[in-house]
Ligand binder design. Structure first.
Ligand code: NAI
Ligand code: MG
Length: 366
């Protein structure tokens, strides 16, 4: 049977960028004998408009069954005044929660043609290819007790950083598995100097390494130094493994090493199923971009590269993932630019569809 893929294009530019990815998916079926059983369904505001809920129960059930979910983006001004319980992002949060996606993969890859877009000097980022693995379902954003409480004659705001050994163990495994398919190097970041959870984090990561991944090179770094190293010499890293809070900050920081939001893919992985494939949701980092939606301006590359991650991590098609990434690299090197990849005086940008055309042509030539 063909591998199964559930596409949830969502709102705003979501359907626009997804239309280009769908062409690429069809190309792999026609030209590389790599057919997927694709189902399309609604999420976010689009699902609310149709069903009164940002994620229908039937869609949730399918998401748990398919080999991978590919999501566009959710949200938009039309839905800003909705009750919190039915807001578009609740659809996405429900997917992440019920699929138990504890490992968030955020690559920061610098395409040479775009090195000028980086906030750093070109030689610091040219050729950069790192992956941040962020624990996504625990830590200080979820730990109890939390709340704002009365204490004496003032209030106190409390959040609790809390990690169990098993939570650290499973995300560490996902980082080591990734490293084996990449540069074979993991740097784990915490604050073991001042945090108990950091001490446990370091101990468990080291234990998982020594027991099951001794061939992977492991180092530990305090997260504040990690932030500094990330902007000083980012190419020293391959996989960075870190918790929810530090990962939130470090991944946003790493993202800006590489330029536009329109270029950034992500994956969120859960526990492996019977075939050893993790539950997986792939999505661009960007949102629904209401300011440019419906104008054919959106850059489809972030969503395209999210599908490339699906090829690599859900479908064991690393070579085909590389083929797609190389096609993207080629069109950028040839000067193809959507508006987000241009300065105001750089001439006329190409449209979303034209970027899709260019990538398909590069695939044909590959
Ligand atoms: P955004 O990522 O949608 O847009 C930020 C800026 O980047 C905008 O100027 C936009 O035009 C530009 N941009 C984003 N993606 C682009 C692309 N592919 N090509 C060219 N330019 C691109 O973030 P914003 O404006 O804060 O949020 C807009 C809506 O999206 C909100 O409703 C928000 O809740 C939602 N959102 C959804 C996310 C998701 O679905 N995962 C993530 C972030 C925001
Ligand atoms: Mg963030």
């Amino acid at each position: 049977a063909n591998p199964t893929l559930l596409i949830l294009a969502g709102d705003g530019i979501g359907p626009e960028v997804m239309a280009q990815v769908t062409r690429v998916i069809d190309w792999f079926g026609a030209k590389r004998d790599l057919a997927f059983d694709v189902e399309n369904d609604l999420v976010g505001g689009a699902a609310y408009d149709a069903h009164g809920t940002p994620l229908h129960d039937d869609t949730m059930a399918r998401a748990l069954e398919v080999d991978a979910v590919l999501l566009g983006a959710v949200g938009g001004p039309k839905y800003d005044d909705l009750d919190f319980s039915v807001k578009p992002e609740r659809g996405l949060l429900r997917l992440r929660k019920e699929m138990d996606l504890f490992s968030n993969l955020r690559p920061a890859q610098c395409f040479d043609a775009l090195a000028d877009f980086s906030s750093l000097k070109k030689d610091v980022v040219a050729g950069l290819d790192i992956m941040i693995v962020r624990e996504l379902t625990s830590g200080v954003y979820f730990g109890e007790p939390r709340g704002i409480f009365e204490e004496g004659n003032e209030r106190v705001g409390i959040n609790t950083q809390r990690y169990t050994e098993s939570e650290i163990d499973r995300v560490a495994r996902s980082a080591f598995e990734l490293a084996k398919r990449r540069g074979n190097k993991v740097c784990s970041m915490e604050k073991a100097n001042v945090m108990e959870s950091g001490i446990l984090w370091r101990e468990v990561v080291q234990r998982v390494h020594d027991a099951d991944y001794p061939e992977v090179e492991l180092s530990h770094m305090y997260a504040d130094n990690g932030a500094m190293q990330l902007v000083r010499a980012p190419k020293q890293f391959d996989v960075i493994l870190t918790d929810n809070l530090f990962g939130d900050i470090l991944s946003d920081c790493a993202a800006m090493l590489t330029g536009s939001l329109g270029m950034l893919p992500s994956a969120s992985l859960g526990a492996p199923n019977a075939e050893g494939r993790p539950k997986a949701l792939y999505e661009p980092v960007h949102g629904s971009a209401p300011d440019i939606a419906g104008q054919g301006k959106a850059n489809p590359i972030a969503c395209m590269l999210s599908f490339a991650m699906a090829l690599r991590y859900s479908f064991d098609q690393g070579d085909e993932a590389t083929r797609l990434e190389a096609a993207v690299e080629k069109v950028l090197a040839d000067g193809a630019r959507t508006a987000d990849l241009m300065g105001p005086d750089d001439g006329a940008p190409i449209s979303t569809t034209e970027m899709g055309d260019a990538i398909l042509a590069a695939l044909d030539a590959s």
